[in-house]
Design a protein around this ligand. Structure first.
Ligand SMILES: Cc1ncc(COP(=O)(O)O)c(C=O)c1O
Length: 280
């Protein structure tokens, strides 16, 4: 933890070790809060507008009234980036339900935290090696809302680690493969790129990758059946912090030939080029 970092917590700029919220905040008591995690490249926030739109949408989906407006939040995020010296950083915006009198219902204003942490350079090893994933039975409630309740994700990550895997994919009761604990899921069958559209968080990276793929690959936004995994040639997951990461194994099933695939590599190259040219 960088003790010199500046974070914005409920109207004050403080260092992380002084950053506290009340024990009576329903975020702590009942897990009632929403958040966003965006990243900067070379001190420029990546798709801040899309993250703000999703933050307000998440809050609306769980009936959490946000009393600060978009311009205020946008300005605070930019100020947070300015106040910290990191070239590449993760910026987390957390909106909590606020303090409760009865331990359940929020009684006052929502809380706001903006936390900035440095990000290491892109890990090319991860691109080259790919990930092993496990599947886990779960359908997130209100999947389009980015709430802070990651209890299932934490349990799934622990289960994955026990089985020598790095992450888990959620599979619902209809045998649809949905998303990973913190990323969207894509597969390729030949030159057809497929990703679920329903029952998942609509990732900002997912949108970016679909835009990069248009005109190059055929795109299908549809459910992916668990049984279809034996027929796919490539798979990858996307997220703000880890961009595109190839998947080489799911449970005991190798994906394609068990190596990161050429089309995934092509999309990664397009992604990196877009970032390097600041073309977003
Ligand atoms: C459940 C889930 N799905 C997908 C994503 C990917 O979203 P994004 O690309 O906006 O980071 C995340 C990121 O946190 C997530 O938690």
């Amino acid at each position: 933890m960088d003790t010199n970092a500046w974070w914005y917590i409920n109207s004050r700029w403080v260092h992380p070790q002084e950053a506290t919220i009340s024990i009576n905040d329903v975020a702590v008591l009942r897990g009632y809060s929403v958040f966003e995690a965006l990243r900067t490249y070379n001190r420029r926030p990546f798709h801040l507008d899309a993250h703000l739109t999703r933050l307000y949408r998440s809050a609306e989906l769980i009936d959490l009234p946000v009393t600060f407006d978009r311009d205020f939040l946008s300005q605070k995020v930019r100020e947070a980036i300015e106040r910290n010296s990191y070239t590449d950083a993760s910026v987390r915006m957390l909106v909590t339900g606020g303090i409760s009198e009865d331990g359940v219902l929020p009684a006052g204003e929502p809380g706001l935290a903006i936390m900035v942490t440095p990000l290491a350079a892109r890990d090319m090893q991860r691109f080259a090696q790919g990930l092993k994933l496990i599947t886990t039975r779960l359908q997130r409630t209100t999947p389009e809302a980015k709430t802070s309740n990651y209890t299932s994700a934490i349990r799934a990550l622990k289960a994955a680690a026990q089985r020598g895997a790095s992450d888990a994919l959620y599979v619902n009761e209809h045998d649809h493969v949905l998303e990973s604990t913190r990323g969207n899921f894509f597969v390729l069958r030949g030159t057809t790129l497929i990703t679920p559209q329903k029952e998942v968080l609509h990732g900002i990276t997912r949108e970016t990758v679909l835009a990069l793929a248009r005109g190059v690959f055929t795109i299908e936004e549809r459910a992916i059946l668990l049984s279809e995994l034996s027929e796919v040639d490539e798979a990858f997951i996307t997220s703000s912090s880890r961009e595109i990461t190839p998947v080489i194994q799911i449970d005991d099933q190798s994906i394609g030939n068990g190596q990161p695939g050429p089309h995934t590599y092509e999309l990664e190259q397009r992604f990196i080029e877009m970032i390097d040219k600041q073309d977003w």
